[in-house]
Design a protein around this ligand. Structure first.
Ligand code: C5P
Length: 235
């Protein structure tokens, strides 16, 4: 089993999500619960996955005023998820409040700061008033998050090498992964599994190339075979 693969359980209800997790048991340890599934299945889905022995990445992408984000972190910090996301764009005070809230529970999740979504390119950034490149924006947000005490980032494969150079020991979680020939869908800044790992990713997040495959276990195995060719980071 390659511990660097996180499968995104982007499903509209718990049964298909749990069915996929069960189908991939032995191939994959990590599953990501994002907004689509969490908003319908709630904390129970995190408990279900944990009771089956899986590790959970709770991708809630929290982004609100500091007091509200701190409260949200406290609400989910004791669930047993090992990773939890907040948006770096929430700013230093929000990030510090999130770190402080997580520190208040035993065994809190590691907080990851989402930098620039992998579905955003230069044009999408310009439309929300950001006139520099995605890479500059990612590095700027990463610096803000690390100053607030965050030790991991979510970014695209295009920035992972620059992030790894600047943050050798951080957790770098990379979505927007597409095996050669897979459908790109709404993602813009994408890479293959091997390219993202070679550039310094700690974890790859993969959704539709597995969840929409006619044979998800075979699709997972093919991705794992490609990942195996890139040795794990030693940092
Ligand atoms: O289906 P696909 O492989 O594109 O899924 C990628 C997953 O990673 C989705 O659940 C999406 O919400 C998440 N994600 C992302 N870009 C980020 C952070 C999370 O695509 N920056």
């Amino acid at each position: 089993m390659d511990q660097r693969l996180i499968v995104a359980l982007d499903y509209p209800s718990a049964p298909p999500a749990l069915a996929l997790a069960d189908q991939l048991k032995g191939l994959c340890r990590w599953f990501k619960v994002g907004l689509e599934l969490y908003l319908v299945a709630g904390n129970a889905i995190v408990h279900e996955l944990r009771s089956r022995g899986f590790s959970v990445f709770l991708d809630l992408k929290l982004h609100d005023i500091p007091n509200t984000v701190a409260g949200a972190v406290r609400s989910v910090a004791a669930l047993g998820a090992e990773l939890l996301t907040v948006h770096a764009a929430g700013g230093p005070a929000m990030l510090e409040a999130a770190v402080e809230a997580a520190d208040c529970v035993p065994n809190p999740p590691q907080l990851l700061a989402v930098t620039v979504l992998t579905s955003m390119d230069q044009l999408q950034l310009a439309a929300i008033g950001i006139d520099h490149s995605p890479e500059n924006q990612v590095l700027r947000l990463a610096d803000t998050a690390s100053a607030a005490g965050i030790t991991g980032f979510v970014a695209s494969a295009e920035e992972v090498a620059a992030l790894r150079q600047r943050y050798p020991a951080f957790t770098l979680v990379i979505p927007g992964i597409r095996p050669a020939g897979a459908q790109v869908s709404d993602q813009k800044r994408i890479a293959t599994p091997a390219a993202a790992l070679s550039a310094g990713a700690s974890f790859l997040v993969i959704g539709r190339p597995i969840t929409q495959a006619s044979d998800p276990a075979a699709a997972t195995q093919a991705i794992l075979d490609e990942m195996q060719r890139v040795p794990a980071l030693t940092a």
